[in-house]
Design a binder for this molecule. Sequence first.
Ligand SMILES: Cc1ncc(COP(=O)(O)O)c(C=O)c1O
Length: 452
Amino acid sequence: MKDSNFLKEHNARHLWHPMAHPGDMQANPPIIVTEAHGTRIRDIDGHEVVDAVGGLWNVNLGFSCEPVKKAITSQLDRLPYYSAFRGTTSDVIIELSELLHDFFSPDGLTRAFYTSGGGDSVETALRLARQYHKIKGDEGRFKFLSLKKGYHGTQFGGASVNGNSNFRKPYEPLLPGCYHIPSPYTYRNPFNETDAERLAQLCLSSLEDEIAFQGTDTIAAMIMEPVLGAGGVIVPHDTFMKGVREITAKHGILLISDEVITGFGRTGDWTGARHWGVQPDMATTAKAITNGYFPFGAVMICDSVAETFESGEASKAMIGHGYTYSGHPVGAAAALACIDETIKLQVQKNAAARGAELWCGIQALMERHEVIGDVRGGHGLMLALELVEDRESKAPAGKEVTEAIQAKAYQAGAMVRISGNNLLMSPPLVLTEQDVQIVLNALETGFSSVDR
Ligand SMILES: Cc1ncc(COP(=O)(O)O)c(C=O)c1O
Protein backbone atom coordinates (compact mmCIF):
# COMPACT_ATOMS: atom_id res chain seq x y z
CA MET A 1 0.00 0.00 0.00
CA LYS A 2 1.26 3.48 -0.89
CA ASP A 3 1.82 5.86 2.02
CA SER A 4 -0.85 8.30 3.16
CA ASN A 5 0.82 11.34 1.55
CA PHE A 6 0.69 9.65 -1.85
CA LEU A 7 -2.93 8.61 -1.37
CA LYS A 8 -4.06 12.06 -0.23
CA GLU A 9 -2.19 13.74 -3.07
CA HIS A 10 -3.81 11.46 -5.67
CA ASN A 11 -7.26 11.34 -4.10
CA ALA A 12 -9.87 11.83 -6.88
CA ARG A 13 -7.17 13.03 -9.32
CA HIS A 14 -7.51 10.32 -11.92
CA LEU A 15 -10.69 8.73 -10.78
CA TRP A 16 -14.29 9.86 -11.17
CA HIS A 17 -16.66 9.09 -8.34
CA PRO A 18 -20.24 7.94 -8.83
CA MET A 19 -22.93 10.50 -7.97
CA ALA A 20 -20.40 13.32 -7.67
CA HIS A 21 -19.05 16.26 -9.65
CA PRO A 22 -15.49 15.32 -10.71
CA GLY A 23 -14.19 18.87 -10.21
CA ASP A 24 -15.84 19.14 -6.81
CA MET A 25 -14.22 15.87 -5.75
CA GLN A 26 -10.83 17.29 -6.72
CA ALA A 27 -11.52 20.50 -4.79
CA ASN A 28 -13.03 18.68 -1.81
CA PRO A 29 -11.49 15.22 -1.81
CA PRO A 30 -13.55 12.41 -0.30
CA ILE A 31 -12.74 10.72 3.02
CA ILE A 32 -10.30 7.86 2.44
CA VAL A 33 -11.62 4.82 4.29
CA THR A 34 -8.90 2.27 4.94
CA GLU A 35 -10.32 -0.22 7.43
CA ALA A 36 -13.57 -1.40 8.92
CA HIS A 37 -14.70 -3.79 11.61
CA GLY A 38 -18.07 -4.51 13.18
CA THR A 39 -20.18 -1.39 12.76
CA ARG A 40 -17.15 0.95 12.57
CA ILE A 41 -15.07 2.36 9.76
CA ARG A 42 -11.63 3.93 10.11
CA ASP A 43 -10.12 6.58 7.85
CA ILE A 44 -6.58 7.16 6.67
CA ASP A 45 -5.90 9.43 9.68
CA GLY A 46 -6.98 6.71 12.11
CA HIS A 47 -10.30 8.41 12.95
CA GLU A 48 -12.93 5.76 13.72
CA VAL A 49 -16.69 6.26 13.53
CA VAL A 50 -19.93 4.29 13.60
CA ASP A 51 -21.00 3.80 10.00
CA ALA A 52 -24.62 4.94 10.05
CA VAL A 53 -24.68 4.48 6.27
CA GLY A 54 -23.92 0.76 6.45
CA GLY A 55 -21.61 0.93 3.42
CA LEU A 56 -24.42 1.92 1.03
CA TRP A 57 -27.54 0.35 2.58
CA ASN A 58 -25.84 -3.02 2.14
CA VAL A 59 -23.45 -4.04 4.95
CA ASN A 60 -26.27 -5.42 7.09
CA LEU A 61 -24.09 -7.81 9.11
CA GLY A 62 -21.28 -5.33 9.67
CA PHE A 63 -17.76 -5.36 8.34
CA SER A 64 -16.37 -8.40 10.14
CA CYS A 65 -18.75 -11.14 9.07
CA GLU A 66 -16.38 -14.12 9.16
CA PRO A 67 -18.72 -16.72 7.58
CA VAL A 68 -19.15 -14.54 4.48
CA LYS A 69 -15.44 -13.80 4.23
CA LYS A 70 -14.57 -17.49 4.62
CA ALA A 71 -17.18 -18.52 2.05
CA ILE A 72 -15.66 -16.10 -0.45
CA THR A 73 -12.08 -17.22 0.10
CA SER A 74 -12.83 -20.93 0.05
CA GLN A 75 -14.96 -20.56 -3.08
CA LEU A 76 -12.09 -18.68 -4.74
CA ASP A 77 -9.83 -21.63 -3.93
CA ARG A 78 -12.28 -24.26 -5.20
CA LEU A 79 -14.10 -22.71 -8.20
CA PRO A 80 -13.43 -18.99 -8.74
CA TYR A 81 -15.68 -18.69 -11.77
CA TYR A 82 -17.87 -20.62 -14.11
CA SER A 83 -20.62 -19.54 -16.44
CA ALA A 84 -24.32 -20.25 -15.89
CA PHE A 85 -25.23 -19.67 -19.53
CA ARG A 86 -27.13 -22.53 -21.18
CA GLY A 87 -25.35 -25.84 -20.69
CA THR A 88 -23.38 -25.31 -17.49
CA THR A 89 -24.06 -24.49 -13.87
CA SER A 90 -22.27 -24.79 -10.55
CA ASP A 91 -23.06 -26.48 -7.28
CA VAL A 92 -23.28 -23.27 -5.25
CA ILE A 93 -25.83 -21.57 -7.50
CA ILE A 94 -28.12 -24.59 -7.25
CA GLU A 95 -27.80 -24.60 -3.47
CA LEU A 96 -28.46 -20.87 -3.31
CA SER A 97 -31.60 -21.19 -5.44
CA GLU A 98 -33.04 -23.59 -2.88
CA LEU A 99 -32.21 -21.26 -0.01
CA LEU A 100 -33.73 -18.29 -1.86
CA HIS A 101 -36.79 -20.39 -2.68
CA ASP A 102 -37.34 -21.06 1.03
CA PHE A 103 -36.54 -17.50 2.08
CA PHE A 104 -38.93 -15.88 -0.42
CA SER A 105 -41.71 -18.51 -0.43
CA PRO A 106 -43.79 -16.47 2.06
CA ASP A 107 -43.70 -13.68 -0.56
CA GLY A 108 -44.93 -16.14 -3.20
CA LEU A 109 -41.57 -15.94 -5.02
CA THR A 110 -40.03 -19.23 -5.98
CA ARG A 111 -37.59 -18.86 -8.89
CA ALA A 112 -34.32 -16.92 -8.99
CA PHE A 113 -32.52 -15.19 -11.85
CA TYR A 114 -29.03 -14.08 -10.80
CA THR A 115 -27.51 -10.70 -11.57
CA SER A 116 -24.46 -8.60 -10.66
CA GLY A 117 -26.21 -5.94 -8.57
CA GLY A 118 -29.32 -3.88 -8.00
CA GLY A 119 -29.48 -2.04 -11.31
CA ASP A 120 -29.02 -5.32 -13.18
CA SER A 121 -31.82 -6.85 -11.13
CA VAL A 122 -34.13 -3.98 -12.05
CA GLU A 123 -33.16 -4.25 -15.72
CA THR A 124 -33.80 -7.99 -15.62
CA ALA A 125 -37.21 -7.65 -13.99
CA LEU A 126 -38.34 -4.99 -16.47
CA ARG A 127 -37.23 -7.09 -19.41
CA LEU A 128 -38.81 -10.28 -18.09
CA ALA A 129 -42.06 -8.36 -17.48
CA ARG A 130 -42.27 -7.36 -21.15
CA GLN A 131 -41.39 -10.85 -22.27
CA TYR A 132 -44.01 -12.39 -19.96
CA HIS A 133 -46.77 -10.45 -21.72
CA LYS A 134 -45.36 -11.31 -25.15
CA ILE A 135 -45.36 -15.02 -24.30
CA LYS A 136 -49.01 -14.65 -23.33
CA GLY A 137 -49.79 -12.93 -26.62
CA ASP A 138 -50.29 -9.48 -25.03
CA GLU A 139 -47.82 -7.85 -27.40
CA GLY A 140 -49.09 -4.35 -26.68
CA ARG A 141 -48.12 -4.36 -23.01
CA PHE A 142 -44.73 -2.69 -22.95
CA LYS A 143 -45.11 0.37 -20.69
CA PHE A 144 -43.83 0.73 -17.14
CA LEU A 145 -45.28 2.64 -14.21
CA SER A 146 -43.32 3.78 -11.17
CA LEU A 147 -43.33 6.35 -8.39
CA LYS A 148 -41.92 9.85 -8.45
CA LYS A 149 -39.02 9.94 -5.95
CA GLY A 150 -38.38 6.24 -6.52
CA TYR A 151 -34.83 5.02 -7.19
CA HIS A 152 -34.10 1.97 -9.31
CA GLY A 153 -30.46 2.31 -10.34
CA THR A 154 -28.81 4.01 -13.27
CA GLN A 155 -28.97 1.62 -16.21
CA PHE A 156 -31.19 3.07 -18.94
CA GLY A 157 -34.20 0.97 -17.90
CA GLY A 158 -33.77 1.74 -14.21
CA ALA A 159 -33.09 5.41 -14.91
CA SER A 160 -36.25 5.56 -17.03
CA VAL A 161 -38.41 4.39 -14.14
CA ASN A 162 -36.48 6.52 -11.61
CA GLY A 163 -38.45 9.35 -10.11
CA ASN A 164 -35.70 11.91 -9.48
CA SER A 165 -34.82 14.26 -12.30
CA ASN A 166 -31.14 14.51 -11.20
CA PHE A 167 -30.65 10.95 -12.39
CA ARG A 168 -32.68 11.44 -15.55
CA LYS A 169 -32.22 14.81 -17.20
CA PRO A 170 -28.51 14.56 -18.11
CA TYR A 171 -29.14 11.24 -19.81
CA GLU A 172 -32.36 11.92 -21.68
CA PRO A 173 -33.96 10.76 -23.88
CA LEU A 174 -34.72 7.72 -21.76
CA LEU A 175 -36.81 4.66 -22.52
CA PRO A 176 -40.18 5.53 -24.05
CA GLY A 177 -43.31 4.29 -22.32
CA CYS A 178 -42.39 5.04 -18.69
CA TYR A 179 -44.90 7.00 -16.60
CA HIS A 180 -44.70 8.25 -13.03
CA ILE A 181 -47.31 8.36 -10.28
CA PRO A 182 -47.16 10.87 -7.38
CA SER A 183 -45.29 9.54 -4.41
CA PRO A 184 -46.93 9.05 -1.00
CA TYR A 185 -44.65 11.75 0.42
CA THR A 186 -46.57 13.66 3.06
CA TYR A 187 -44.04 16.51 3.43
CA ARG A 188 -44.31 17.63 -0.19
CA ASN A 189 -46.96 16.49 -2.65
CA PRO A 190 -49.11 18.03 -5.37
CA PHE A 191 -52.28 17.52 -3.29
CA ASN A 192 -51.02 19.49 -0.23
CA GLU A 193 -52.15 16.51 1.80
CA THR A 194 -50.34 15.83 5.08
CA ASP A 195 -52.45 12.90 6.23
CA ALA A 196 -50.65 9.71 5.18
CA GLU A 197 -53.76 7.60 4.73
CA ARG A 198 -55.63 10.20 2.69
CA LEU A 199 -52.50 10.83 0.61
CA ALA A 200 -52.14 7.09 -0.06
CA GLN A 201 -55.69 7.08 -1.44
CA LEU A 202 -55.00 10.11 -3.63
CA CYS A 203 -51.86 8.48 -5.06
CA LEU A 204 -53.82 5.29 -5.69
CA SER A 205 -56.47 7.30 -7.52
CA SER A 206 -53.71 8.83 -9.66
CA LEU A 207 -52.49 5.33 -10.43
CA GLU A 208 -55.98 4.27 -11.53
CA ASP A 209 -56.26 7.44 -13.57
CA GLU A 210 -52.93 6.91 -15.33
CA ILE A 211 -53.81 3.29 -16.14
CA ALA A 212 -57.12 4.39 -17.63
CA PHE A 213 -55.35 7.13 -19.61
CA GLN A 214 -52.58 4.89 -20.96
CA GLY A 215 -54.88 1.93 -21.52
CA THR A 216 -54.64 -1.20 -19.40
CA ASP A 217 -53.57 -3.31 -22.35
CA THR A 218 -50.43 -1.18 -22.89
CA ILE A 219 -48.87 -1.57 -19.43
CA ALA A 220 -46.43 -4.37 -18.61
CA ALA A 221 -45.47 -3.65 -15.01
CA MET A 222 -45.36 -1.27 -12.11
CA ILE A 223 -42.12 -1.13 -10.13
CA MET A 224 -41.92 0.37 -6.62
CA GLU A 225 -39.83 0.30 -3.48
CA PRO A 226 -41.91 -0.77 -0.44
CA VAL A 227 -40.22 2.07 1.46
CA LEU A 228 -38.56 4.56 -0.89
CA GLY A 229 -34.89 4.67 0.07
CA ALA A 230 -32.59 6.97 -1.87
CA GLY A 231 -35.52 9.32 -2.57
CA GLY A 232 -35.46 10.22 1.13
CA VAL A 233 -36.87 7.26 3.09
CA ILE A 234 -40.46 7.91 2.12
CA VAL A 235 -42.62 5.58 4.18
CA PRO A 236 -46.04 5.10 2.63
CA HIS A 237 -49.15 4.55 4.72
CA ASP A 238 -49.70 0.86 5.33
CA THR A 239 -52.66 0.82 2.92
CA PHE A 240 -50.55 2.01 -0.01
CA MET A 241 -48.66 -1.01 -1.29
CA LYS A 242 -51.72 -3.21 -0.71
CA GLY A 243 -53.70 -0.74 -2.81
CA VAL A 244 -51.09 -0.85 -5.58
CA ARG A 245 -51.22 -4.66 -5.46
CA GLU A 246 -55.01 -4.67 -5.83
CA ILE A 247 -55.05 -2.20 -8.70
CA THR A 248 -52.21 -3.85 -10.63
CA ALA A 249 -53.71 -7.33 -10.18
CA LYS A 250 -57.10 -6.09 -11.38
CA HIS A 251 -55.53 -4.76 -14.58
CA GLY A 252 -53.17 -7.67 -15.27
CA ILE A 253 -50.13 -5.45 -14.62
CA LEU A 254 -47.16 -7.17 -12.99
CA LEU A 255 -46.01 -5.69 -9.67
CA ILE A 256 -42.23 -5.60 -9.19
CA SER A 257 -41.20 -4.92 -5.62
CA ASP A 258 -37.76 -3.32 -5.66
CA GLU A 259 -36.23 -4.89 -2.56
CA VAL A 260 -32.64 -3.88 -3.28
CA ILE A 261 -32.63 -1.98 0.03
CA THR A 262 -35.58 -3.49 1.87
CA GLY A 263 -34.75 -7.15 1.26
CA PHE A 264 -33.17 -9.22 4.04
CA GLY A 265 -34.44 -7.41 7.11
CA ARG A 266 -33.90 -3.68 6.85
CA THR A 267 -37.54 -2.72 7.51
CA GLY A 268 -37.76 -5.02 10.53
CA ASP A 269 -39.30 -7.74 8.32
CA TRP A 270 -37.51 -10.06 5.94
CA THR A 271 -38.83 -8.18 2.90
CA GLY A 272 -40.52 -4.83 2.37
CA ALA A 273 -43.46 -6.44 0.57
CA ARG A 274 -43.98 -8.80 3.54
CA HIS A 275 -43.79 -5.78 5.83
CA TRP A 276 -46.91 -4.42 4.09
CA GLY A 277 -48.60 -7.82 3.66
CA VAL A 278 -48.24 -7.90 -0.12
CA GLN A 279 -47.16 -10.61 -2.55
CA PRO A 280 -45.53 -9.10 -5.65
CA ASP A 281 -45.04 -10.86 -9.00
CA MET A 282 -41.30 -10.24 -8.93
CA ALA A 283 -38.80 -8.82 -6.47
CA THR A 284 -35.41 -7.33 -7.22
CA THR A 285 -32.63 -7.96 -4.70
CA ALA A 286 -28.91 -7.20 -4.40
CA LYS A 287 -26.87 -5.25 -1.80
CA ALA A 288 -27.33 -7.14 1.52
CA ILE A 289 -27.62 -10.50 -0.27
CA THR A 290 -23.82 -10.74 0.08
CA ASN A 291 -23.48 -8.18 2.90
CA GLY A 292 -21.95 -5.92 0.26
CA TYR A 293 -18.81 -8.06 0.09
CA PHE A 294 -19.39 -9.20 -3.51
CA PRO A 295 -21.42 -7.59 -6.33
CA PHE A 296 -24.37 -9.93 -6.72
CA GLY A 297 -28.14 -9.86 -7.00
CA ALA A 298 -31.18 -11.99 -7.72
CA VAL A 299 -34.57 -11.35 -9.25
CA MET A 300 -37.19 -13.48 -7.55
CA ILE A 301 -40.17 -14.60 -9.63
CA CYS A 302 -43.62 -15.85 -8.62
CA ASP A 303 -45.14 -19.18 -9.68
CA SER A 304 -47.61 -17.84 -12.23
CA VAL A 305 -44.96 -15.82 -14.09
CA ALA A 306 -42.56 -18.76 -13.83
CA GLU A 307 -45.12 -21.16 -15.27
CA THR A 308 -45.78 -18.86 -18.23
CA PHE A 309 -42.08 -18.97 -19.10
CA GLU A 310 -41.51 -22.63 -18.27
CA SER A 311 -44.40 -23.85 -20.40
CA GLY A 312 -44.08 -21.13 -23.06
CA GLU A 313 -43.14 -21.95 -26.60
CA ALA A 314 -39.39 -21.91 -27.27
CA SER A 315 -39.47 -19.08 -29.78
CA LYS A 316 -41.08 -16.75 -27.23
CA ALA A 317 -40.00 -18.00 -23.80
CA MET A 318 -36.27 -18.46 -24.31
CA ILE A 319 -34.60 -15.88 -22.06
CA GLY A 320 -32.42 -13.72 -24.27
CA HIS A 321 -31.00 -11.89 -21.30
CA GLY A 322 -28.16 -12.50 -18.88
CA TYR A 323 -24.78 -11.33 -17.67
CA THR A 324 -21.34 -12.95 -17.72
CA TYR A 325 -21.57 -12.74 -13.95
CA SER A 326 -25.15 -14.03 -13.60
CA GLY A 327 -24.65 -16.75 -11.02
CA HIS A 328 -21.04 -15.97 -10.22
CA PRO A 329 -19.97 -18.84 -7.94
CA VAL A 330 -18.09 -16.55 -5.55
CA GLY A 331 -21.11 -14.26 -5.26
CA ALA A 332 -23.37 -17.25 -4.76
CA ALA A 333 -21.11 -18.63 -2.02
CA ALA A 334 -21.12 -15.22 -0.34
CA ALA A 335 -24.92 -15.06 -0.60
CA LEU A 336 -25.36 -18.56 0.83
CA ALA A 337 -23.23 -17.73 3.86
CA CYS A 338 -24.75 -14.29 4.22
CA ILE A 339 -28.38 -15.45 4.17
CA ASP A 340 -27.55 -18.30 6.60
CA GLU A 341 -25.98 -15.81 8.99
CA THR A 342 -28.80 -13.29 8.46
CA ILE A 343 -31.35 -15.92 9.46
CA LYS A 344 -29.23 -17.27 12.33
CA LEU A 345 -28.82 -13.80 13.85
CA GLN A 346 -32.46 -12.86 13.13
CA VAL A 347 -31.15 -9.41 12.26
CA GLN A 348 -34.59 -8.13 11.30
CA LYS A 349 -35.49 -8.13 15.01
CA ASN A 350 -32.49 -6.01 15.93
CA ALA A 351 -33.28 -3.73 12.97
CA ALA A 352 -36.77 -3.16 14.39
CA ALA A 353 -35.52 -2.55 17.96
CA ARG A 354 -32.55 -0.29 17.13
CA GLY A 355 -34.64 1.39 14.43
CA ALA A 356 -37.25 2.33 17.05
CA GLU A 357 -34.52 3.87 19.27
CA LEU A 358 -33.04 5.88 16.42
CA TRP A 359 -36.51 6.97 15.34
CA CYS A 360 -37.27 8.26 18.87
CA GLY A 361 -33.90 9.99 18.96
CA ILE A 362 -34.33 11.84 15.66
CA GLN A 363 -37.81 12.98 16.62
CA ALA A 364 -36.27 14.53 19.76
CA LEU A 365 -33.57 16.16 17.61
CA MET A 366 -36.29 17.73 15.47
CA GLU A 367 -37.76 19.40 18.56
CA ARG A 368 -34.43 21.09 19.23
CA HIS A 369 -33.17 22.01 15.77
CA GLU A 370 -35.11 24.22 13.36
CA VAL A 371 -33.06 23.06 10.38
CA ILE A 372 -34.86 19.71 10.51
CA GLY A 373 -38.05 20.12 8.51
CA ASP A 374 -39.20 16.52 8.51
CA VAL A 375 -38.10 13.18 9.95
CA ARG A 376 -38.96 9.89 8.32
CA GLY A 377 -38.47 6.32 9.47
CA GLY A 378 -40.06 4.21 12.15
CA HIS A 379 -39.78 1.00 10.11
CA GLY A 380 -36.48 -0.66 10.91
CA LEU A 381 -33.11 0.82 10.16
CA MET A 382 -33.78 3.26 7.34
CA LEU A 383 -34.24 6.87 8.37
CA ALA A 384 -34.07 10.35 6.88
CA LEU A 385 -34.00 13.89 8.17
CA GLU A 386 -35.05 16.47 5.60
CA LEU A 387 -33.18 19.72 6.13
CA VAL A 388 -34.70 23.10 5.34
CA GLU A 389 -33.77 26.77 5.46
CA ASP A 390 -36.82 27.43 7.55
CA ARG A 391 -39.85 25.38 8.44
CA GLU A 392 -42.32 27.92 7.12
CA SER A 393 -41.07 28.06 3.52
CA LYS A 394 -39.68 24.48 3.54
CA ALA A 395 -36.96 25.76 1.19
CA PRO A 396 -34.32 23.01 1.02
CA ALA A 397 -31.22 23.66 3.14
CA GLY A 398 -28.16 24.57 1.06
CA LYS A 399 -25.09 22.42 0.46
CA GLU A 400 -22.96 24.46 2.90
CA VAL A 401 -25.41 23.65 5.73
CA THR A 402 -25.93 19.96 4.94
CA GLU A 403 -22.23 19.36 4.41
CA ALA A 404 -21.30 21.22 7.61
CA ILE A 405 -23.69 19.00 9.59
CA GLN A 406 -22.25 15.88 8.01
CA ALA A 407 -18.65 16.96 8.66
CA LYS A 408 -19.32 17.82 12.33
CA ALA A 409 -21.19 14.57 12.87
CA TYR A 410 -18.27 12.70 11.34
CA GLN A 411 -15.77 14.40 13.63
CA ALA A 412 -18.08 13.55 16.54
CA GLY A 413 -18.19 9.84 15.71
CA ALA A 414 -20.77 8.98 13.04
CA MET A 415 -20.74 8.69 9.27
CA VAL A 416 -24.10 9.82 7.83
CA ARG A 417 -25.01 10.37 4.20
CA ILE A 418 -26.22 13.53 2.50
CA SER A 419 -28.33 13.28 -0.62
CA GLY A 420 -29.76 16.60 -1.78
CA ASN A 421 -31.23 18.14 1.36
CA ASN A 422 -31.80 14.76 3.03
CA LEU A 423 -29.59 13.26 5.68
CA LEU A 424 -29.93 9.51 5.25
CA MET A 425 -29.16 6.67 7.63
CA SER A 426 -29.11 2.93 6.93
CA PRO A 427 -26.71 1.43 9.48
CA PRO A 428 -25.75 -2.23 9.74
CA LEU A 429 -28.59 -4.28 11.19
CA VAL A 430 -26.21 -5.52 13.90
CA LEU A 431 -26.06 -1.99 15.36
CA THR A 432 -25.85 -1.89 19.16
CA GLU A 433 -27.66 0.37 21.64
CA GLN A 434 -24.33 2.05 22.31
CA ASP A 435 -23.88 2.71 18.56
CA VAL A 436 -27.33 4.31 18.44
CA GLN A 437 -26.31 6.72 21.21
CA ILE A 438 -23.04 7.55 19.46
CA VAL A 439 -24.94 8.35 16.25
CA LEU A 440 -27.52 10.50 18.05
CA ASN A 441 -24.84 12.39 20.00
CA ALA A 442 -22.86 12.98 16.80
CA LEU A 443 -25.99 14.30 15.07
CA GLU A 444 -26.65 16.60 18.03
CA THR A 445 -23.15 18.01 17.58
CA GLY A 446 -23.72 18.38 13.83
CA PHE A 447 -27.05 20.18 14.19
CA SER A 448 -25.85 22.40 17.06
CA SER A 449 -23.08 23.66 14.79
CA VAL A 450 -25.63 25.22 12.39
CA ASP A 451 -28.21 26.41 14.95
CA ARG A 452 -28.94 30.09 14.53
C1 LIG B 1 -34.13 0.41 -4.54
C2 LIG B 1 -32.90 0.34 -5.40
N1 LIG B 1 -32.95 -0.27 -6.58
C3 LIG B 1 -31.88 -0.38 -7.37
C4 LIG B 1 -30.67 0.13 -6.98
C5 LIG B 1 -29.48 0.03 -7.88
O1 LIG B 1 -28.55 -0.86 -7.33
P1 LIG B 1 -27.01 -0.84 -7.83
O2 LIG B 1 -26.46 0.45 -7.36
O3 LIG B 1 -26.43 -2.06 -7.17
O4 LIG B 1 -27.04 -0.96 -9.32
C6 LIG B 1 -30.56 0.76 -5.75
C7 LIG B 1 -29.28 1.32 -5.29
O5 LIG B 1 -29.17 2.00 -4.29
C8 LIG B 1 -31.70 0.89 -4.93
O6 LIG B 1 -31.66 1.53 -3.77
